[in-house]
Design a protein around this ligand. Sequence first.
Ligand code: OFO
Length: 167
Amino acid sequence: MINSKLEQELNNQLNAELYSAYLYLSMSAFLSTKNLPGFSHWMKVQFEEEQAHAMKLFQYIMDRGGMVTLQEIKAPQAEWKGIIDVFENVVNHEAYITERINNLVDLALEQKDHATVTLMQWYVNEQVEEEASVRDIFDQLKLIDGQGAGLFMLDREARQRTFTPIK
Ligand code: OFO
């Protein structure tokens, strides 16, 4: 059985992951209107990844005999100033998610819930990867000032991204 405080926080994190998915889907739609099909695709893959993060928590709560309580998902922002602004938002959002994950690890340690500590280690590592990859794109976009041939090339590269299911 899982401690009720931890169960609540895992449910909150499930909601945060679904919100992340929703946010990236919104970005995908926005980028499509800006004639950036590669980045629009990249965001759709990101949407799939976030859903997978959410489903991993969903399954874990149930496996531990806990109760999944789905909450309202708030509407994400729909417009940004441009591609640089989009990725600045992504970088900040992922830093926020990392902070939430770290708090969950602290709570699991406090509750001496080793299974949750182990699960959360997966998210800790995932966040390192996510933050590094989005910071990379953000830096490249700033370098080319978010325009011109550089943007065209980055958009083409973004189109190559594929979704890899997680375990
Ligand atoms: Fe689920 O890692 Fe991004 O938000």
